[in-house]
Write a protein that binds this ligand. Structure first.
Ligand SMILES: *Cc1c(COP(=O)(O)O)cnc(C)c1O
Length: 395
């Protein structure tokens, strides 16, 4: 495809692949192989010494995986990318690459449950400490950045309360301190938000979610500068080993082609359902980036996101039992964690994705026991609404 830049939808279909290099195959071939033969012992020596380009062993790189990495780098407007066996393999490879004993990580007020678990592990085993911050102003950030802060780690929208962090603001302050900014962009996908274009340094995805879009792969992606990606590929990816399988990379390449079409539909459905939930008598609170009730968040949303996304959180009036009873009445909507699939999914963060977080921390993050998270799928929105309504009528 040369070096031309096409629009996002076109790059999602074509970027990183040339059929001329693969016998004319329209679709990227699946190189389902663990290792690669060398034409001579000397060639093997040169490849290991880094004097010659080429593949060695699939934990260190694979042609199908490389196409996915190049495509993701393009879509996220970064220089290079690396694919991993899970979102958490990506998160752990990045955080262990960026920190050493005694360092500090400044995090957004709320992170994915297992990222929280990893931060605990880093603290207990390696004395890498962390703090959570609202990151609401330059002053607040200046106060919370410590001399040993090694990176800033952000989720926006924050799972599951959908609060936003101003990426441009944080990256500006971080730059003055020479601290890299890492963004978990899972909830947006590059179609809705490109943190690198806003000055952030590293983007992480749980590709399990919108990138895959079909609920059949667990995978992760990291995008960043060529130097950083090279460092991770030669250290924390190679030696810890959370490598993606070529088949999963192939499925992600297939998923990516329809990312823009799927995201538009997820977002349209979510907007319609938000209107239904906003004034519903059984809904206590609604959490959604486009919600005009949060004026400040609304400003940030328009600045950095193309659309508010496909995930809605809401709390039902009542108790934990009311929330669970409501879930049990749903018929079309499935009770499951994960998000970004064709199927609409509902989960109960306090007892599921965020159960590992101690209750005190959890309530600081705004997660109470009546909060539910809905990942809006691709079904007809009327059918989703009718299913929610019949369940509301029973509580
Ligand atoms: C799911 C998720 C992860 C973890 O990804 P896996 O692919 O499940 O390992 C990390 N961050 C966010 C925001 C997620 O939703």
């Amino acid at each position: 495809m040369g070096n031309e830049n096409f629009r996002f939808e076109t790059e999602a279909v074509h970027s990183g692949y040339s059929s001329d290099e693969h016998q004319g195959s329209l679709v990227p071939p699946l190189y389902q192989t663990s290792t690669f033969t060398f034409s001579s012992a000397e060639q093997g020596e040169r490849r290991f010494a880094g004097q010659e380009e080429g593949f060695i062993y699939s934990r260190l790189g694979n042609p199908t995986v490389k196409i996915l990495e190049d495509r993701m780098a393009k879509l996220e407007q970064g220089e290079a990318a690396l694919a991993f066996s899970s979102g958490m393999a990506a998160v752990s490879a990045v955080l262990t690459a960026l920190t050493k004993t005694g360092d500090h990580i400044l995090c957004s007020q709320g992170v994915y449950g297992c990222t929280f678990g990893l931060l605990q592990l880093l603290k207990e085993k390696y004395n890498v400490t962390h703090d959570f911050s609202l990151m609401a102003s330059k002053e607040m950030l200046e106060e919370e950045i410590l001399p040993n802060t090694a990176c800033i780690y952000i989720e926006t929208p924050i799972n599951p309360t959908m609060k936003l962090v101003d990426l441009e603001l944080v990256s500006k302050v971080a730059k003055q301190h020479g601290i890299p900014v890492v963004v978990d962009n899972t909830f947006c996908s590059p179609y809705l938000q490109t943190p690198i274009s806003l000055g952030c340094d590293i983007v992480i995805h749980s590709a399990t979610k919108y990138i895959c879009g079909h609920g059949d792969v667990i995978a992760g992606i990291v995008v960043g500068s060529r130097d950083f990606i090279k460092q991770v590929s030669r250290t924390t990816q190679k030696d810890i080993g959370g490598t993606i399988s070529p088949f999963d990379a192939w499925l992600l390449l297939r998923g990516l082609k329809t990312l823009p079409v799927r995201m538009d539909r997820h977002c349209d459905n979510a907007n319609l359902l938000v209107e239904f939930l906003r004034n519903h008598p059984k809904v206590e609170r609604l959490y959604f980036p486009g919600n005009s009730d949060f004026i400040e968040d609304n400003k940030i949303m328009h600045k950095q996101m193309k659309k508010p996304g496909g995930v809605i959180s809401f709390s039902v009036k009542g108790t934990k039992e009311t929330a669970q009873y409501f879930m049990n009445q749903l018929q079309l909507v499935k009770i499951a964690v994960s998000l970004g699939d064709a199927e609409t999914l509902i989960q109960h963060p306090a007892t599921m994705t965020h159960a590992v977080i101690p209750e005190e921390e959890r309530s600081k993050m705004g997660i109470d026991e009546t909060l539910l998270r809905l990942s809006v799928g691709l079904e007809a929105w009327e059918d989703i609404q009718e299913d929610l309504e019949q369940a509301f009528e029973k509580i």
